[in-house]
Design a protein around this ligand. Structure first.
Ligand code: 13P
Length: 240
């Protein structure tokens, strides 16, 4: 299976900065053997989709609502993402859960809706430091998967991103042993539920730790925040 290298740009990069990045990244795409996906902010989505035309770079948004249109102020339409040529939707990122109060029930509806449009949901799961220290990691991840995938179609594509909350934007990356152990757990939970999905690791992935992490069991690629904002660092990660 092709590895997936995804960049979550969070609330960074204007449309002009997006176009400039993509025109440089297209030049280095030849060195990448895996699949590359960027998640720009929704306002830069159209610029990103236009800029990657004719290349293998894929695009998605960081959140989308459970309906195509309606009186939902401030939300994004996955239907519009599809019309613009986007293929992925990030769902349930820890920042959506903790800052914007997204529940597993809402996340489950989003996953199902995105799949119904023929787009690929990238479902994010992960434990807090407190939960890890209390040895609740397995239970937390199992619950997030059971609830988040409750309405998902097993026959349609889905990607899972394991992002320990304590490793996001902290520079504190999970050790290769922690990644191997947790990805093996996530894989076995998914298998028991009847799902086959690539499992990406996310949380302070950088060029100097990507090489070790990609070799761990059931690591199918990365979801990268900070290090995806520069062409050079993301290219290094995407060519490990
Ligand atoms: P960092 O790579 O900046 O830790 O962010 C990870 C992340 O949240 C990707 O979704």
């Amino acid at each position: 299976m092709k590895k997936i290298f995804a960049g979550n740009w969070k609330l960074f990069k204007s449309p002009a900065e997006t176009r400039a990045f993509m025109s440089k990244f297209k030049e280095v795409m030849g060195s990448v053997t895996g699949e590359v996906v960027f998640f720009p902010s929704a306002i830069s989505l159209e610029a990103a989709c236009e800029a990657v035309k004719g290349s293998a770079i894929k695009i998605g948004v960081q959140n989308a609502y459970t309906q195509a249109s309606g009186a939902f102020t401030g939300e994004n339409s996955a239907q519009v993402v599809k019309e613009l040529g986007g293929q992925y939707i990030l769902i349930g990122h820890s920042e959506r859960r903790s800052i914007f109060g997204e529940t597993d029930a809402l996340i489950a509806d989003k996953v199902a809706y995105v799949q119904s449009l023929g787009l690929t949901p990238m479902l994010c799961i992960g434990e807090t430091l407190q939960e890890r220290e209390a040895t609740h990691t397995f239970r937390v991840l199992e619950t997030q998967l059971l609830l988040g995938l409750a309405k998902a179609d097993k026959a349609k594509p889905i990607v899972v991103a394991y992002e320990p909350v304590w490793a996001i934007g902290t520079g504190k990356v999970a050790t290769p042993e922690q990644v191997a152990e947790t990805h093996t757990d996530v894989h076995s939970i998914l298998t028991k539920m009847g799902f086959t999905a690539p499992i990406l690791y996310g949380g302070s992935v950088k060029p100097d730790n990507a090489g070790q992490l990609i070799k761990q069991a059931h690591v199918s690629g990365f979801l990268v925040g900070g290090a995806s904002l520069e062409v050079d660092s993301f290219q290094k990660i995407a060519t490990v």
